[in-house]
Write a protein of this length. Structure first.
Length: 281
């Protein structure tokens, strides 16, 4: 039988998960939404942080356990996944804003500064989950689909974070690809490559998405390092060269230049309604 403290921690975390789905994502909310989307994000994060503070010492930090308790490790994977789930719409909006400001090099915007904290929170949770996933892999246990789901979400966040990092930092082409989180991303792709050999659809699909997304972000980072603003205006063609048809459809929406320009303008100014739209991605 699992320990009672572990069961209680999982039950409390499940209740917080219900709050996030109901209130933050607006699925059958029980409370008025007048406070706005960001207030719901902050409320959910507060509940998660308080849950972690209340954990008994035995469950506090799986990274320091000897021997490793896989159940405790999975508990913290779930915790970090809920942080990612809560902040992911803000993170996506921040990445889109960074891309748009590079494409529309003659347009700058100070809006969206409030995105930085939640974006960093999302990225840090993803990195922690990759560290935990490495620990789980070392136990030689078979991956459950829930664990693969956590791993996939974390890898997507770290891949996309390379785009915003490339937009913000002055980096040279020699270290562009081997940039932040390269080892973690490589580990995640390797896991899915191995799991894809079992013949199930889920790890194969995840593996293909991560490989395609890595190609896209590699090209974006290299273009950012080597090209001027005129090349950045050709990001639309960059996507066509790099991405699968499904990714192209999601990124383009239309080949019309005017549509593309208007879309970039909407990306550069993330606001409340736009963040709400991101909940459905």
């Amino acid at each position: 039988m699992p320990s009672c403290i572990g069961m209680c921690a999982n039950i409390e975390l499940a209740r917080i998960s219900g709050f996030i789905v109901r209130e933050t994502y607006g699925i059958a909310p029980r409370y008025p939404r007048a406070a706005g989307f960001e207030a719901n994000v902050d409320a959910a994060l507060k509940m998660l942080y308080e849950w972690r503070l209340r954990l008994p010492g035995k469950l506090k930090n799986p990274l320091e356990q000897t021997p490793l308790d896989p159940a405790c490790c999975t508990l913290h994977l779930s915790y970090n996944q809920l942080i990612i789930l809560t902040t992911r719409p803000v993170f996506f909006a921040a990445v889109k804003k960074a891309v748009a400001e590079q494409v529309l090099s003659d347009l700058s915007s100070s809006e969206g500064a409030s995105l930085e904290t939640h974006t960093r929170t999302c990225t840090e949770a993803a990195q922690r989950n990759l560290e935990l996933a490495r620990l789980l892999q070392s136990t030689s246990r078979n991956w459950l689909q829930s664990g693969l789901h956590f791993l996939f979400n974390a890898a997507v966040v770290l891949l996309l974070s390379r785009i915003s990092s490339a937009c913000e930092d002055k980096i040279d082409s020699e270290r562009a690809i081997e940039g932040p989180h390269a080892a973690e991303i490589g580990f995640a792709i390797h896991v899915f490559e191995q799991e894809a050999k079992t013949g199930t659809n889920y790890p194969r699909d995840c593996c293909r998405v991560l490989q395609d997304l890595k190609v896209l972000t590699d090209r974006f980072v290299l273009t950012r390092c080597e090209a001027d603003s005129q090349h950045m205006r050709n990001f639309d063609s960059l996507i066509s060269q790099s991405a699968t048809p499904s990714v192209q459809r999601h990124m383009h929406g239309s080949s019309d230049e005017s549509y593309f320009h208007q879309e970039m303008l909407s990306w550069v100014r993330p606001d409340g309604p736009q963040l709400q739209d991101m909940l459905h991605i």
